[in-house]
Design a protein around this ligand. Sequence first.
Ligand SMILES: [Zn+2]
Ligand SMILES: [Zn+2]
Length: 241
Amino acid sequence: MQPLFKALLDLLLPSFCLACEKPLGASPELLFCPDCLKRLRFIQSPLCPCCGRVYLVAAGGDHHCGACLTTTRHFTRARALFLYEEPLKKVVHHFKYQGKTDCLPSFTRFARKLPQQIEMEAVDLIVPVPLHQKRLQERGFNQALLLARAFFPKDQRIITNLLIRSRPTAPQTGFSGTARRTNLKNAFAVIKPHRLTGKKILLVDDVFTTGTTVNECARVLKKAGAVEVMVLTLARVTEDY
Ligand SMILES: [Zn+2]
Ligand SMILES: [Zn+2]
């Protein structure tokens, strides 16, 4: 872009911090002010090597969490970029429920710090967690697909017509434990199983809470022939519940 044109654009369309709405300098690389940027916490060890749960107070190395030792995980590992806390929570909320997609270019920049444990060269297909057709129409976009595109721009491995949400489900936030699993029973289906045979899949979603949704997707994908399912989310809650 020409410098003059860029300067003009900054004047006409000033940028604001996605979280606190403070005005930002000209053409910022990230739409976060320095204060909010400092408060974003990238996920790092020690964590659970399976579900990616972070041990905020524990010293020492990675080790499996209680939930992964006692429940069947159909994915081999789940990783996230950030802890799901303020100020990111607010940004995710604006994105999901108000359709504010101006966060996506910043997420593309952050994706340079994708967790190394996700070996992208080994991934055959990138599958966003699908929405039911009805929810998709209401919202107008699937946030998991937009995130997958933001993390992996122009990546031909992103595929949306393979895993579908075959029946509408109530939001998982209203349930806990077993009720979460019951809510998702038979909610997902694979429509082109032959494309999955022997494939390594990376599932993408916005937030990892208990992992029930991605676990159910992984179960369905593996039943249809996938050899391995890994999970990547933008954020992850700090406590299992
Ligand atoms: Zn800010
Ligand atoms: Zn775990």
